[in-house]
Design a protein around this ligand. Structure first.
Ligand code: PYC
Length: 412
């Protein structure tokens, strides 16, 4: 425990200082970032820390972390399918490993291992494929079989009399879970301490473009002049892009999740089943954190539905029948911007000065640190870093898609 934390604990609330400040909205910033989630905040943090750019504003229409950053199920992993995706998410895992120290804030990263189950020959083949490509990129993933799976997850039914018996799994030891709020607050505090202005309840209502160049943004609190705007929103990324005249190949779908009442610790790894459409982990508080695939329709509503929890519970119970009497504590939903190839869209757009870090589907939180670091590098140098070049906007016009559907956590 740091001395500062100890002093605060002994002094009680009196010595607590806010984690970030409020500032008047300036008339002009060098860089305006739209979206106060992990992507926007991490970019702001690395802009100052790595490149010394301090005249930066982050605009958030609600409160810091109100969107996908506060709604995800906190799974971190790099066991993707394409070499491009694996290298990219691997850098994120490495940044996450050092994040508590870098931010001087405990983000509680628990690398407890991640299992993606295979219930069919076809999915077992995909797991073998992923394991091979992961290993070639230096990422620790192997295929294991029911006897070894049982040792990692003793309460899971791996017998052969189920509707979809477990045939094997992709085991990824560096994967795990993290405290998502801590990550967001840590980046926000780090950016604030270095001079970034964080503006909550500041909604972007328009983007000013002249001669195909960004010159400013309009907000519910007034106009800001700027030459660089980064769209780091999730859920509304195509609406923000449309304000600059940029059309994104994105479809927005709700994604629901839920947690149970707290249980004694019994589940050490993250368990994912694409065939049965669920993922499951146990939080530090003992709650089971669970989710499934995106809702089968486009919508901006973030409704919680009974049909979602009924389906989720039925599928979880197929493999964990002993959870039958466990009660659900709460459920919620977030919005996911799905691209045609299940990879993000990062970098320049046809409008000069209008940049994007969007299209994060159901995998945005795990990419926050690397996206922030590399988008900051792109903004500071005006050059696209190699690591994010495969995810450029123009890939959709050049037929260079990066197909990651086979590594999306559950079937979509
Ligand atoms: O890609 O690991 C993942 C994931 C988990 C929940 C939603 N997506």
């Amino acid at each position: 425990m740091s001395i500062k934390l100890l002093k605060q604990a002994l002094n009680g609330q009196k010595s607590l200082t806010p984690m970030w400040r409020q500032h008047p909205l300036k008339e002009r910033y060098d860089v305006v970032i739209i979206g106060g989630g992990i992507h926007g905040l991490a970019c702001a943090y690395y802009l100052v820390k790595n490149h010394g750019l301090t005249d930066v504003a982050v605009l958030e229409k609600r409160y810091i972390g109100a969107g996908g950053s506060g709604r995800n199920t906190t799974i971190i992993r790099s066991n993707y399918l394409t070499p491009e995706g694996i290298l990219f998410y691997d850098e994120s895992v490495k940044l996450y490993e050092e994040l508590s120290e870098a931010l001087d804030f405990n983000v509680m990263f628990s690398q407890r291992g991640h299992l993606t189950l295979a219930h069919t020959d076809a999915s077992l083949r995909t797991m073998r494929w992923r394991a091979e490509v992961n290993q070639l990129q230096g990422v620790n993933s192997i295929v294991i079989y029911p006897d070894d799976i049982k040792k990692l997850v003793p309460f899971m039914d791996v017998s052969d009399h189920l509707r979809y018996p477990v045939l094997g799994a992709l085991y990824h030891p560096p994967g795990g879970v993290i405290r998502h709020d801590a990550v967001v607050w840590g980046y926000a505090r780090g950016a604030d301490q270095r001079g970034v202005h964080l503006h909550q309840t500041t909604e972007v209502t328009g983007i000013d473009v002249e001669n195909n160049r960004v010159v400013g943004v309009q907000t519910n609190r007034g106009r800001i002049k700027t030459g660089v705007v980064l769209n780091a929103t999730a859920g509304w990324c195509s609406l923000i892009a449309a304000m600059a005249g940029v059309k994104l190949p994105v479809e927005t779908r709700p994604l629901q999740a839920s947690v149970t009442e707290p249980l004694k610790p019994f589940l050490d790894t993250v368990v994912v089943s694409g065939t049965l459409h669920f993922y499951l982990s146990q939080s530090d508080r003992g709650e089971l954190v669970m989710g499934a695939s995106v809702d089968p329709f486009t919508s901006y509503a973030q409704d919680s539905t009974l049909s979602f929890v009924e389906g989720l519970a039925a599928h979880v119970l197929e493999l964990f029948p002993s959870l039958a009497n466990v009660r659900l504590l709460r459920q919620w939903a977030g919005l996911c911007d799905m691209t045609p190839d299940y990879s993000p869209i990062m970098g320049f757009t046809p409008v000069e000065g209008f940049l994007v870090d969007v299209g994060w589907g159901t995998y945005g939180f795990k990419a926050g640190p690397v996206s922030g670091k590399r988008m900051a590098e792109l903004i500071a140098t005006n050059r696209t870093p190699d690591l994010i070049a495969p995810f450029s906007y123009d890939r959709f016009f050049q037929g260079r898609l990066v197909g990651e559907k086979g590594a999306a956590s559950v079937g979509h």
